[in-house]
Each structure stands twice: as structure tokens, then as C-alpha cells.
Unconditional design. Structure first.
Length: 215
């Protein structure tokens, strides 16, 4: 969904300048301004932020398409930054859950900056899908070490705000990282912090403390 402007045609699904660029720019500007009162077009603003975020997945080869993709990536990051500002300020004028699908997809993108920002936004969404997407990002060994550490930090925030809504298998996978002698120290610390924030039954916490004492 995009805001419509006379004289511009969206001829295909790629990030067409100026139609999608203008739609994204306006949505980013409104979100960055941070109005606190609800308004009729707030859902459309979030939809356009999600649209811009979704453009991060474009893969192009030719020069004109490469420039198109660079512009799309720039708007995607700006849209994510705007949504993060709304989330961190607890702005209720915008329903960021409407962008959840795009945010979850962005956590699987191989672009560290967009992954991290998206995970931080998802931490503020009270839904199992949001928390699971963050955990999956943290557990994914294909991600680099810093990305995984920052994802665990987002998971800790999500747990504190929304309690534990992870499936048992993911909890066990986090525990496996903590208890493994092969886990890098900073990753283990981040995973331990997230694990503690999940407010798990006392037996699991006791096991964690004992394992940490042995390491």
C-alpha cells in the first residue's frame, strides 16, 4: 500500500522513484515528527514504513537497478529508524504491529544494520511471532557474533516488556549456547542475560547459575 500522487505510475514492484520514494519520505517525516494524537492516516503511515522496509530484499545487477536498490536500502533503514523511535517513545498514535511481517522478514536479511534495528523494534511488540523472530536471529549461527549478541539484547528487552512467549525448543537452544564450553564469552553473557530476563521456572534458573559457576 502506498500513498497516491497524481502524475506518477508504479509500473512494477521495484522501488520506483519518485512514487514509492515520496511515499516513504512522507511516512518517515510524519513518524519522525512523532505526533502523539491518533489520526485517520496513521495506519497508512505504518503501511508505507513497512513498504519501505520491505525493499531491503531487492537484489539487482545492472547499474540503474543497483542505484535503485541502494536508494531502497537507504529508505529501508530510515523507515526502520523512524519506527524504532516510535517504539522507544511508546507512541500509541501508530500501531507498529501492522509492520510486524516486514520487521520479521528484515531480521532474516543479511544486512546487519537493518537486522539489528528490526529486532529492537520487535522487542516492543507483544506477540509470540515478534519474540520468536528475535530469538531465531540470536540463535542463527549464520549471523555474525555481534549481530547475535545484539539480538540477545533485544530478546532481553522483549522478555522484560512482554514476559516469556517462546516455545520450549527455543529456550532449550538458548540454554545449550550458555552451557556449551565452545560458546564465545560475550555471546554466552548476552544469552545468559536474555535467559534470565525470560523469568523461567526456578529449576531452570538454578541450573543456569550452577553452570555459570562452573565456567
Amino acid at each position: 500500500m502506498v500513498m497516491n500522487y497524481p502524475g506518477y505510475n508504479n509500473v512494477n514492484s521495484r522501488f520506483q522513484y519518485p512514487k514509492l520514494a515520496i511515499s516513504a519520505a512522507i511516512a518517515i517525516a510524519i513518524a519522525t515528527a512523532g505526533p502523539r494524537q491518533g489520526f485517520a492516516e496513521s495506519k497508512l503511515v505504518v503501511a508505507n514504513l513497512a513498504e519501505a522496509l520491505g525493499q531491503i530484499s531487492l537484489q539487482t545487477a545492472e547499474e540503474n537497478e543497483r542505484l535503485n536498490a541502494e536508494m531502497a536500502n537507504n529508505y529501508a533503514i530510515r523507515a526502520a529508524d523512524a519506527m524504532l523511535k516510535l517504539a522507544e517513545s511508546h507512541n500509541t498514535a501508530f500501531d507498529l504491529s501492522l509492520a510486524q511481517g516486514a520487521l520479521v522478514a528484515a531480521t532474516r536479511a543479511r544486512g546487519m544494520e537493518i537486522q539489528i534495528i528490526s529486532s529492537r523494534i520487535l522487542a516492543y511488540l507483544a506477540s509470540p511471532e515478534a519474540q520468536r523472530a528475535i530469538a531465531a536471529m540470536a540463535l542463527d549461527s549464520a549471523n555474525d557474533l555481534e549481530t547475535r549478541i545484539l539480538a540477545f539484547e533485544s530478546l532481553a528487552v522483549s522478555a522484560k516488556l512482554n514476559t516469556n512467549i517462546l516455545p520450549e525448543a527455543m529456550i532449550d537452544a538458548i540454554y545449550a549456547i550458555i552451557s556449551s564450553d565452545q560458546t564465545e564469552r560475550d555471546l554466552r553473557l548476552a544469552a545468559s542475560t536474555a535467559y534470565g530476563a525470560l523469568n523461567l521456572p526456578s529449576r531452570k534458573v538454578k541450573d543456569l547459575i550452577l553452570d555459570q559457576a562452573k565456567s
